[in-house]
Design a protein around this ligand. Structure first.
Ligand SMILES: O=C(O)[C@H](O)[C@@H](O)[C@H](O)[C@H](O)COP(=O)(O)O
Length: 243
């Protein structure tokens, strides 16, 4: 059972980030009170850091028992730990490390300093997902590329259609850097809620295709839904081509 998409347009990029952060606080509080633990998957890209920056400034964040929150990433650039181009590094710099998370439940994808290949890193991340109760997320936060990619699942890319696995190594990514590790589509969908965070006129066509429908090979974002809810959280520019 997958949910239909709900579109929410915010007055600006900043209010999109702020509202998404507030929404995430409530989702995490509810998950911890219902199940004693919360699993959230964060994203790279500009909006991935914007929501973290807003979260770090959100007064209500104090309501979250961060020691019970597991943080994952929908994808990671295959670069050494601490590399400025890694998604987790950029999220750290935006304030992730100031939230009070337990480092043991911040699950970082191994880089070439801790694995022999992106394939080995993907396998290790999958093993962590299996052993840490991940692979079933309360919230899956995803940015969307101008081409309709999500995580590191790119249109017409051989890795995008990977089935029967929760992670995949991606090479020759059309968005640099070329080597990455990504959750697969079926893993992304093991989420109670999927939230697409999208801002900017350059995404308007991808948003239209994502919301109104397009083949997976052309628009992976159109084929990832939450089990309970799928939200397209947009600024006016990103929503500008919706009917
Ligand atoms: O590793 C990455 O590059 C991201 O995970 C990627 O999927 C990103 O979320 C989109 O490309 C949107 O990025 P922007 O919000 O910066 O356009």
């Amino acid at each position: 059972m997958v949910s239909t998409s709900t579109v929410v347009v915010h007055p600006s990029r900043q209010s999109l980030a702020d509202a998404a952060a507030a929404r995430l606080v409530v989702a995490l509080v509810d998950a911890v009170s219902a199940r004693g633990v919360a699993h959230v998957s964060m994203t790279g890209g500009s909006m991935g850091s914007e929501i973290v920056r807003s979260l770090a400034a959100e007064p209500a964040r104090a309501a979250v028992d961060w020691s019970r929150v597991h943080v994952w990433w929908g994808d990671e650039r295959y670069l050494p730990a601490g590399d400025p181009d890694r998604n987790d590094t950029q999220n750290d710099e935006a304030g992730l490390s100031s939230l009070g998370l337990d480092p043991a439940t911040v699950h970082r994808v191994p880089g070439p300093d801790a694995s022999a290949s992106a394939e080995e890193a993907a396998e290790a991340y999958a093993a962590t997902l299996r052993s840490s109760g991940g692979g079933s997320f309360d919230v899956m936060v995803l940015g969307v590329g101008p081409d309709g990619h999500i995580a590191s699942l790119f249109p017409h890319h051989p890795a995008a259609g990977t089935a029967g696995a929760v992670t995949v190594a991606v090479h020759d990514s059309p968005k640099p850097p070329p080597d990455r590790v990504s959750l697969t589509r079926e893993c992304l969908e093991r989420s109670r809620e999927v939230w697409f965070l999208v801002a900017g006129a350059d995404k308007a066509d991808a948003v239209r295709r994502g919301v109104e429908g397009s083949p997976f090979e052309e628009t992976p974002a159109a084929h990832v839904h939450g089990e309970e809810r799928t939200l397209w959280l947009l600024d006016p520019d990103a929503a500008s081509e919706l009917g």
